[in-house]
Design a protein around this ligand. Sequence first.
Ligand SMILES: Nc1ncnc2c1ncn2[C@@H]1O[C@H](COP(=O)(O)OP(=O)(O)OP(=O)(O)O)[C@@H](O)[C@H]1O
Length: 387
Amino acid sequence: MSTHETTVTDEQSHSVSDPILEIRNAEVVFEMDRGVSRVLDDVSLEIERGEILGVVGESGSGKSMLASSTLDAVVEPGVLTGEVTYYPEDGDPVDVLDLTPAELRRLRWEEIAMVFQGAMSSFNPTMKIRDHFEETLEAHDYSLRDGMSRAHELLSDLYLDSERVLDSYPHELSGGMQQRTLIALSVVLQPNVLVMDEPTAALDLLMQRSIISLLEELKSKYDLTMVFITHDLPLVAELADRLAVMYAFELIEQGPTQELLHDAGHPYTRALLNSTPNLDAPLEEMRPIPGSAPDPVDVPTGCSYHPRCSLATDRCVAKAPASEPITAAHTVDCHHWKDAVDAISLNHRKQVGSETQNRQQRPETSDRTRTRTEMNHQDQTSPEGDR
Ligand SMILES: Nc1ncnc2c1ncn2[C@@H]1O[C@H](COP(=O)(O)OP(=O)(O)OP(=O)(O)O)[C@@H](O)[C@H]1O
């Protein structure tokens, strides 16, 4: 585990006033032949009721481990320790890691739902979509009549022809339709939190953007809290209220989306922003991050980013940095964040996140019309295309 110099106080560490989920000192360890693989390292995070939190980081940085930890769903032989607390709006806090298997099953669908990438593998190919909905409702003792009426509504909300989809086998739907159907299935039991792990990774760019618009609509209509996990920073920047950045199995920076995009303090976050290929900046200004992500069995000492960091000093090699507040709502784990702002200029300063601002300024009706038109067009023109 990293040895941090000090720990930031609770008052300093975040701006979350009404958490719905709280993860404290979460750690996931796999005992491997070649050593101990710590794939989540002392991660603490609060998720505000009603927010959309984006979790970003390179492939292999531990994002899926964090997602699985929120539901005590880390695959064996991985061992999860720490605390995960769910705070229902009414009722006592729930210690997620202390639940019986039956309690956990109930929590997983009825309170916190998860959507993973590659919808096809989440469906049983021999069952029609209708059977998936009915099986889920029956397993949780929900009224089939009410539940199926909600299924129709949700599928329509996601611009799908609900009758056609319910009567289809999964392979009869395009990738974008499958992913939207999986989102509808995930929220049919009216959970309060939806955790999505790379939900749009297998889809083309247009479908990704359309799903982002749909998620915003779903969130408002059904009062959901969302956690959107992805390596695609520009995509999630369009949706998220706050961003949390992972590097080498740790959370290294978190804050409000616009603040983090324009005033990122961690050299890694700044490098990630500069390396992202589909930001609105000239291609020649894209700068890949030198070096490679650490092996979880052999994480560098001190700040794990130091071998790749242009600002690293002896202090970074010796000591893992504590979280420091940049503003009340924005924290960073870096000894040199004050220098990073001047030393690593951002190549996108003006453009990143402008989609979000544009969307917020756009009247809701035109957004909905645009999304519906795009979805209809894509479903009709490329039934197989984005699979
Ligand atoms: N079953 C397992 N046994 C051992 N190590 C694992 C296992 N599953 C994942 N890991 C390791 O855990 C680390 C974190 O993986 P994780 O899937 O959380 O990363 P990620 O950020 O979600 O990556 P991606 O974006 O590629 O999905 C990786 O080094 C991975 O190799």
